[in-house]
Design a binder for this molecule. Structure first.
Ligand code: HEM
Length: 509
């Protein structure tokens, strides 16, 4: 005979399974309800309706232009998009508060980490706390050191002399149209790989080889950015679990990026890291975990490639529309480089003397910041200096693109491209980084700012005096493609013509 307790066991098992299943379901539904209540995806206000129906596209080319319009209209220069539970600000005092004063209350946070987690893992862009501090310390030691900067400068100058100028000269000879954005991406990719990993992918070789790595990286960045615009993140998470649609493609391209990043690390190990002074070698001396190294590698690629390429692309777009600025740049270069050989690239000291070029670069990044907006998450309920209440868990975004278009910050000529606004008596004078958070500002300010400016200026100073660059369809305002960094949809087709007056001449353009 079966003892009564044992006969009850199957029933008890079923009962417990039922209890477990139903409580999990109730918990899931309750969490979903809370998420929905917070983000109000049904919000009926005109801004949320326009966001959900995309009706803003009837009036504006880009989402960032529409946000600029909304922020300009707001008396506080701050808006809240209910369906995204996202506070967006263009007020410098708020920016200072979140990036400096209450830095601890506005970290990247978990939601951001999950959006970019598959691509960036534990890389510097995607972490807070100790993991972030460790990487920041290592990277700032490296990027701040004088010897590394000189090393980076040599790499950039060599790439310009050996690849960029020959490529543009050949495009000038046969009159073909080139995509400047593509050229600058290749250039920036070669440079960041050489500086960070000591390896040369040769993307800007004359044959313009297709880089599987770069292409996979582009798609991964585009699809990851798309996650951030979802009204209901649960949707992409579900697609990810089911491995369907864009999430399936994202998984595929991230797989490729990872394989190639692993290969970079393997190559480094093979050639030995002790004698190398690139960034990855430094990290490899203190980190043994290959996965972590891979995340670090990918973050630095993201940091150094698309941002610089974006800045250069915008620079030449703006120059094409402003011949007087082109002429002023040529005059300054001719003055500073008088007596320097025609085939030479400007030295670091000469670059420092070029205040107008520096101002034109800053002005370009004001008008077209490579990182158009950047978000943090509020840890505890808070009040921004303009009086906006921010609830715990809200996404808070500062918007450099809109800030560059604010009359309250830059005056009535804020829409004009005017390098002179950065000069006093011919010398460059910086603005508060909280008014101009193009490189972020405060505790987590960009670590590659000086290197990026050096790279972009070296390229500008080498190209502008030697070539006339004519962007096709210059009157059209740029339409930006979705991605983590601003890039122009369809690229920047242009024709280049070698100038007959020589690189140091004042010849007519
Ligand atoms: C025009 C070029 C550049 C612009 C506009 C730019 C802008 C930015 C911005 C807005 C951030 C903050 C991102 C965030 O926290 O979400 C950032 C962070 C960072 N940037 Fe740059 N960047 C540029 C070039 C570079 C280059 C060339 C490097 C490295 C070689 C670099 C290295 C970094 C690093 C390591 C961080 C992370 C800092 C941290 O989280 O502590 N950047 N940059």
């Amino acid at each position: 005979m079966v003892p009564p307790l044992i006969s009850l066991l199957p029933w008890l098992q079923n009962y417990l399974s039922f209890l477990f299943f139903s409580s999990t379901t109730i918990f899931f539904l309750f969490t979903l309800l809370l998420v929905l209540l917070r983000s109000r995806p049904w919000c009926n206000c005109h801004v949320c309706k326009a966001y959900l129906s995309s009706s803003w596209t009837a009036e504006f080319t880009n989402l960032c232009d529409w946000y600029t319009h909304l922020l300009r209209q707001s008396p506080t220069r701050t808006i809240h998009i209910h369906v995204l539970d996202n506070t967006v600000t263009a007020d410098p005092a708020n920016v200072e508060y979140m990036l400096q004063t209450r830095f601890d209350n506005f970290p990247k946070g978990k939601p951001f980490s999950s959006i970019l987690g598959d691509l960036l893992g534990r890389g510097i862009f995607n972490v807070d706390g100790d993991t972030w501090q460790f990487q920041r310390k290592m990277a700032s030691l490296e990027l701040g050191s004088l010897s590394v900067r000189s090393h980076a400068f040599r790499i950039v100058s060599t790439e310009v002399r050996r690849r960029l100028i020959p490529l543009l000269t050949s495009a000038s000879s046969d009159g073909r149209v080139i995509d400047l954005q593509d050229v600058f991406r290749r250039l920036a990719f070669d440079n960041i790989c050489k500086i960070s990993f000591g390896l040369d992918p040769g993307c800007l070789e004359a044959s313009l080889p297709i880089s599987e790595f770069a292409a996979a990286f582009d798609t991964a960045s585009r699809l990851s950015a798309r996650r951030a615009t979802a009204v209901a993140p649960a949707l992409w998470k579900l697609k990810r679990i089911l491995n369907v649609g864009s999430e399936r493609e994202l998984r595929r391209v991230i797989g490729l990026v990872n394989v190639l990043a692993d290969e970079v690390i393997r190559q480094k190990r093979k050639h030995g890291v002790a004698s190398s002074d690139d960034l990855l070698s430094r990290f490899m001396c203190s980190v043994n975990d290959d996965r972590y190294l891979r995340d670090i590698t990918i973050s630095f690629l993201l940091a150094g490639r698309d941002t610089v390429a974006s800045g250069l692309t915008s620079f030449f777009l703006l120059l094409s529309k402003h011949p007087a600025v082109t002429a002023a740049i040529r005059d300054e270069i001719a003055d500073v480089m008088r007596g320097t050989g025609d085939d030479e690239v400007a030295s670091l000291e000469q670059l420092k003397e070029m205040h107008y070029v520096h101002a034109a670069m800053y002005e370009t990044l004001r008008v077209y910041p490579p990182v158009q907006f950047d978000s943090k998450y509020c840890v505890e309920d808070d009040t921004l200096p303009d009086g906006s209440l921010v609830r715990k868990g809200t996404r808070v975004t500062y918007h450099p693109y809109a800030m560059g278009r604010m009359e309250s910050i830059w005056g009535p000529d804020c829409e004009e491209f005017k390098p002179e606004r950065w000069l006093r008596d011919g010398k460059f004078v910086p603005a508060s980084p909280f008014k101009y958070p193009v490189f972020q500002a405060g505790v987590r300010v960009c670590l590659g700012k000086e290197m990026a400016l050096m790279e972009m200026k070296t390229i500008v100073v080498s190209v502008v005096p030697r070539f006339d660059v004519q962007v096709l369809d210059v009157g059209r305002s740029p339409k930006f493609a979705a991605g983590l960094t601003a890039s122009i949809d369809g690229g920047l087709p242009a024709q280049v013509r070698r100038r007959s007056s020589g690189p140091r001449g004042h010849g007519a353009c």
